[in-house]
Design a protein around this ligand. Structure first.
Ligand code: DX5
Ligand code: ZN
Length: 216
């Protein structure tokens, strides 16, 4: 399977969301990553449903929605109705993670779980078989353009081993500070999907940036 690249809308020009969607549609990108921040779970506020609607209207690729919010259960049905294909919640924001994942699956979306850099992989031992996408944060969530945390490689290995041991089908996705400098090692460690915001959208040649992330 070739590597999935999910450029993050957070680094795009919000004055031209249609243009960003058209770029995603025609590029080799696989998904479009949508970062929703509530100012409570993370110290930043990004955007919510109206922007999701605008993206859904123009984007033909799967919407990979990363919820950095408290009480995600309350909003899952609406994110699905607005066009989310993958809904990822934070382990740290869910008291009843199993219930939250069932809610996501019942909505018809794929269920993702994100882990902050300080959260060990082993907290997922009892739930890994219910997770479609494991989003390992390689920066502290809340902002684009931060420096990649290198302990991520070790966490990917550990996640990969857990997935194999449990015969799970979970796909490992990495988010934060991803560039052509670390993509190959992330993939060699077991990552199957890479999120990239500033590296793609602030690049003089975003199509080439996506190709480099895919190892082409
Ligand atoms: C950070 C977000 C990321 C962010 C990545 O909280 O989850 O998706 O957009 O941005 P870069 O690739 O610039 O680190
Ligand atoms: Zn994200």
């Amino acid at each position: 399977m070739s590597i999935i690249v999910s450029p993050s809308l957070l680094a795009a020009d919000f004055g031209n969301i249609k243009g960003a969607c058209e770029f995603i549609n025609t590029s080799a990108a696989d998904w479009f990553h949508i970062d929703v921040m509530d100012g409570v779970f993370v110290p930043n506020i990004s955007f919510g449903f109206p922007i999701m609607e605008a993206v859904k209207k123009h984007c033909t690729k799967p919407l990979d929605v990363h919820l950095m919010i408290v009480n995600p259960d309350q909003y899952i049905a609406e994110f699905r109705a607005k066009g989310a294909d993958i809904i990822t919640v934070h382990y740290e924001a869910c008291t009843h993670l199993h219930r939250t994942l069932q809610l996501i699956k019942e909505s018809g979306a794929k269920a993702g779980v994100a882990l902050n850099p300080h959260t060990p992989i082993n907290v997922l031992e009892s739930i890994i078989n219910d997770i479609d996408v494991l989003l390992i944060m390689s920066v502290n969530p809340g902002f684009g353009g931060q420096k990649f945390i290198t302990d991520t490689y070790r966490k990917i290995h550990e996640a990969h081993n857990l997935i194999l041991a449990r015969k799970a089908t979970t796909l490992i996705e990495i988010d934060g500070g991803v560039t052509n400098q670390n993509a190959a090692q992330l993939i060699a460690s077991g990552a199957k999907a890479l999120v990239a915001g500033s590296y793609v959208f602030n690049n003089a040649n975003p199509n080439e940036a996506i190709a480099l992330l895919k190892g082409k």
